[in-house]
Write a new protein. Structure first.
Length: 142
């Protein structure tokens, strides 16, 4: 599968999120350097405070060097519910690439995840052609 295919899957996973008036519905997939899926997750996966990337990274085995994280929404750069935002978790995981569809709107927090990732040397790719698909499960917030 290519970037669009993996990112489309992440967007589909966002539809699995229990609705919330205080958080976005997001899906994420972690793909290894070999092109195979390592793990996946979505917002509020097992806990009301779970973020999609956090849930997917928690399911992944150690050693994500060279992996790509696909997320329907730009990974968070600031977070109130946990000590570390998703951008920092991704950097710490060893993943070297992040592909997302929709920049985080400043509804709950300023979207600074892409800048944090890029400053840490992680390649950041935005595919806005899937942004409408990423927004659909969040229509009630917009």
């Amino acid at each position: 599968m290519d970037d669009l295919g993996w990112l489309a899957l992440a967007c589909d996973l966002a539809a699995l999120c229990p609705p919330s008036r205080t958080a976005f519905s997001v899906g994420a997939v972690v793909v290894g350097a070999d092109g195979r899926e390592i793990s996946r997750g979505h917002s509020r996966d097992h806990d009301p405070n779970d973020h999609a990337e956090e849930a997917a990274l928690a399911r992944a085995a150690a050693g994500l060097t060279g992996a790509t994280v696909y997320s329907s929404l730009e990974p968070c750069g600031r977070r109130a519910s946990r000590p570390r935002p998703c951008a920092e978790l991704i950097v710490a995981s060893g993943a070297r690439r992040v592909v997302f569809a929709w920049r985080e709107p400043a509804l709950f927090a300023a979207g600074t995840g892409a800048e944090i990732l890029a400053a840490a040397g992680v390649e950041v790719v935005e595919l806005p052609e899937l942004a409408d698909r990423a927004r659909r499960p969040n229509a009630h917030l917009l």
